[in-house]
Design a protein around this ligand. Structure first.
Ligand code: ASP
Ligand code: MG
Length: 404
């Protein structure tokens, strides 16, 4: 009998009525003769609320305790869901990440799954139970509770689907699938029927929030097709899978964006070997994730280096730079209110002029490009945050993404 893994996001279980709706869906899948495992997120925005409470107590809560706190959110969801399934006359069992055999590294709040012991899951599935696993958590070698980072329930679902050899992995959310742009921003945005892992990776990395980046990496690595769909409708959603001949290789499939970038520019640093290593070494020691980096041409032995970080990490980046600026004899300036727009498409590889069209579109809209980075299937531009919305709309129209 085939195993189906379904993941339900926070909005799908935001209140008791919605939990009953999910219970109904799981029971129907079970009645169709499948073995069913569901991974569930915390109800609504409860992870945000837990984090807020922690910060009302401490500016820097111990990360071990944050994980202990966070993990409760998804445990509430699975327990209530199990009760709802029992009410419908089916058998279900809820399990924490640790009980589900999910072993992780010790890095609290961003642990990685190292191994899954599927014994208990298989036993329960074989016994005809609907198995409910609390998302985004596991247990470390020290037997402490860990979590996998925000949005991590997607990764739990994909990892379990891989470990159990599931026939399919469905990610249920509050939108109909993966869109050509954020539908909250662009009303013409279209649902995409299929996207390749490669495209989805770029989209997740450049701001599409529908899937956690790591879950897509996992799905690609283990060849697990993902279906992203809504828990409120029967639309088949978007299939994320290996690129194949039948897939329409759109030159541009989607426009993505972020609105939480900050840009730092180091002025007139000495142009000699080892400077970039010193700067980015200091940032990496401070665990700051650097996104885009640009070094200008050298003039009179000095050069400017700009890079972007997410705004939350700006204070840590500043601290790191403050430590090394004296030593390097430089200063830095900050552009706090930045954003990024990207175009992503597998067909871009074999199509010239795509970047030029993007730049022309931004220029026609009086939008200044501050930084550019590219991959074989993506072009990203850092721009003023206030212009992101306009840029996304203009690019979506320019590349004809709203048209049928
Ligand atoms: N509840 C966690 C979060 O809000 C994990 C998840 O929903 O995937 O990030
Ligand atoms: Mg999510």
């Amino acid at each position: 009998m085939s195993i189906i893994v379904q993941k339900y996001g926070g909005t799908s279980v935001a209140d008791v009525e919605r939990i009953k709706n999910v219970a109904g869906r799981l029971c129907r899948t079970h009645e169709q003769g499948h073995r069913v495992l569901a991974v569930v997120s915390a109800m609504g925005d409860s992870t945000d609320r837990l984090l807020k409470m922690a910060h009302e107590i401490s500016a820097e809560p111990p990360e071990r305790e944050l994980d202990m706190l966070f993990s409760t959110g998804e445990r509430i969801s699975v327990a209530l869901l199990a009760m709802a399934i029992h009410e419908l006359g089916h058998e279900a069992i809820s399990l924490s990440g640790a009980q589900a055999g999910i072993h992780t590294t010790t890095t609290h709040t961003k642990a990685r799954i190292t191994d899954i012991d599927t014994r208990r899951l298989s036993e329960a599935l074989d016994g005809g139970k609907i198995v409910l696993v609390a998302g985004f958590q596991g247990i470390s070698p020290d037997e402490d509770i860990t979590t996998l980072g925000r949005g991590g329930s997607d990764t739990t679902a994909v990892a379990l689907a891989g470990a159990l050899g599931a026939e399919s992995c469905e990610i249920y959310t509050d939108v109909e699938g993966v869109y050509s742009a954020d539908p909250n921003l662009v009303k013409e945005a279209r649902k995409l029927n299929a996207v390749s892992y490669e495209e989805m990776l770029e989209m997740a990395a450049t701001g599409a929030e529908v899937l956690m980046l790591r879950s897509v990496e996992y799905a690609q690595k283990y060849g697990i097709p993902l279906r992203v769909r809504s828990s409120f409708s029967d639309d088949p959603g978007t299939l994320v899978k290996e690129e194949d001949e039948q897939m329409e290789k759109a030159v541009v499939s989607a426009i993505t964006h972020t609105e939480d970038e900050s840009k730092l520019t180091l002025l007139r640093v000495p142009d000699k070997p080892g400077i970039a290593a010193t700067v980015f070494g200091a940032l990496s020691e401070a665990e700051v994730n650097v996104d885009m980096i640009i070094q200008n041409v050298s003039e009179q032995g000095t050069t400017d280096i700009s890079f972007t970080v997410i705004q939350d990490e700006l204070p840590a980046a500043q601290q790191a730079l403050d430590r090394i600026c004296d030593e390097l004899g430089t200063a830095y300036i900050i552009g706090e209110q930045m954003g990024k727009v990207s175009i992503v498409g597998a067909g871009m590889k074999s199509y010239p002029g795509v970047a030029a069209k993007m730049f022309r579109t931004l220029a026609d809209n009086d939008i200044n490009i501050e930084m550019i980075s590219t991959s074989s299937i993506k072009v990203s531009c850092v721009i003023e945050r206030a212009q992101v919305e306009q840029a996304v709309k203009a690019l979506h129209a320019a590349f004809g993404l709203g048209d049928d």
